[in-house]
Design a binder for this molecule. Structure first.
Ligand code: ADP
Ligand code: MG
Length: 232
């Protein structure tokens, strides 16, 4: 057995330089998660939720502290190696799906697989399987503009999972959805977390979504603290 947690964050800090001095957003936060764990992160607007998630997703780098993913330190890697590590190990879901409008649903899901070894039948089969899993089989040739907001978010979930990442990160994935659709996308994330054995970290404003997660933490003054079950 490995001595490390699958995701191990230690003394993580992030400061942004501004004309008025450094803005300290993350002030030394720690987090341990194993594959199969699901964590909801809440906190007021501007508390650093996206900043934290972007660092975990290797879309930004820490000011200090360490992040280990599956025992590796991705910030010690060169640019190309880090990009390959991210593509293989991290799936990211944005509030606003970020699908490419000119590509079909199927092509959008396959895109992260094309960045690796090249298009192959296995990637397409997996994309179709995932789209079937989220109830989108009949819409594979449609473009994002031809499907609803909730459907686009389901496609974005498939795209995030195409490379079978160890970690699935979602930044307010239901923020633009009506409550019923948001509920369905929340259920999907939690079900897939168990089925695919991912580390799931979901940032959300919605207490009703957060309350469905087995583990909840809140960003308070730059640190993650355990959060109780709360009302909206
Ligand atoms: P949240 O997602 O919790 O709403 P963010 O992580 O997006 O918050 O932002 C946290 C704080 O950091 C905000 O005050 C934001 O303005 C600031 N911030 C984020 N990115 C930058 C940046 N690149 N430069 C300066 N300040 C930033
Ligand atoms: Mg945010």
């Amino acid at each position: 057995m490995s001595e490390h947690a699958d995701l191990e964050v230690s003394e993580l800090t992030k400061s942004f330089p501004t004309p008025d001095g450094a803005l300290n957003i993350l002030k030394g936060t720690d987090l341990d998660m194993q594959r199969g764990d699901a964590l909801a992160v809440t906190g007021p607007s501007g508390s650093g939720k996206s900043t934290l998630l972007y660092i975990l997703g290797l879309l930004d780098s820490p000011t200090a502290g360490t992040v280990r993913i599956l025992g590796a330190d991705p910030f010690a890697l060169g640019e190309a190696e880090q990009a390959a590590f991210r593509n293989k190990n991290v799936g990211f879901i944005f509030q606003d799906h970020h699908l490419l409008p000119q590509c079909s649903v199927l092509e959008n899901v396959m895109l992260p697989a094309l960045a690796g070894a090249g298009a192959d039948a296995a990637a397409e089969a997996r994309a179709r399987e995932l789209l079937d899993r989220v109830g989108m089989s009949a819409r594979v040739s449609h473009r994002p503009a031809q499907i609803s907001g909730g459907e686009r978010q389901r496609v974005a979930v498939c795209r995030a999972l195409i490379n079978q990442p160890a970690m699935l990160l979602a930044d307010e994935p239901t923020g633009n959805l009506d409550p019923k659709t948001a509920d369905a996308v929340g259920s999907l994330l939690l079900e897939l977390n168990q089925e695919q054995n991912t580390i799931l970290v979901c940032v959300t404003h919605s207490m009703s979504l957060a309350n469905r997660f087995p583990r909840r933490m809140e960003l308070q003054d730059g640190s993650l603290v355990n959060a109780p079950n709360q009302q909206d």
